[in-house]
Design a binder for this molecule. Sequence first.
Ligand SMILES: [Zn+2]
Length: 344
Amino acid sequence: MKVGFVYDPIYLKHDTGQHVENAKRLEAIISHLEQTGLKQQLTPVKPRAASIEELSLVHHKQYISHIQGVAQKGGGWLDADTVMSPNSYEAATYAAGGTIRATEAVMNGEVGSAFALVRPPGHHATPQRAMGFCLFNNVAIATKYALAKYELERILIIDFDVHHGNGTQATFYDNLRVLYISTHQYPFYPGTGSIEETGSGAAKGTTVNIPLPAGCGDAEYLKVFEQIIVPVARWFKPRLILVSAGYDLHWADGIALMQVSVTGFTQMVKIIKGLADELCSGRLVFSLEGGYNVTALAVSVKATFDVLLGNTDIEDPLGQSPHRFATPDITPVIKAVKEIHNLV
Ligand SMILES: [Zn+2]
């Protein structure tokens, strides 16, 4: 099956200056895909801007106008972490629209799976607030779009970014058609994502948080995927899987303290692809969230595409973490998550 990728130079025009979330991230990914010849194996999917109506599937109209207004006035800081330039509003509408297009391409059968290489990222953006480098919640918007347009009964969102996707959780906290499952370093930014946050009302149980201590590596993540994510996905039976793909859990990434290698990402993506193949005819959409060591980001995204393409012999040029401290025991976390979600 064809693997789609969404990219457009508009994403480079969200100019954040010396910020860690900058255009060099996407430039590094694209140039690595070109240099390794992988780009030729992919099917380009052209993004478009999300309309106001599409953005307002998740965000309040007043908030959307506010973001548009800040861009028109030349940009500025929205909070201590999140900055806008004059072109940021347009780039953000294309980031949401790019994730929608990736979803459409998968749902229409143009491609089997797709990865939206977009920025600004989205999973911290709440219906009414920008935060954590995020303006519009790309994955949440594409999920709402797919629920409505294709009348899907259930969509699974897997968020393996090292941070908790508070905005995505907030969007679907009371929605039993969307199961949000997140692995994240905890306690850590943004502070949410405890085991006890499981959804509200009839949707109780459709938010699954797996808060992990700092220092987890490939073995710990693999355990979490095999013992929690796989059974939860099989129980939920999604019609489509979206992934908030953040690569800031790589050991070389300075923003957090996880120890995952490119080989670890390869194993995680293989499991996700296996779930999509088993549960929803392979329908799988990735959207880029974090990842701030540009070398680690580029090789990890390439490895992700390799898995989606079914390539074997996937390279890990960076190897395992050189840090030699002991990895934490996550048995208690796994046990607690299983208990609260009745997984046996
Ligand atoms: Zn992150």
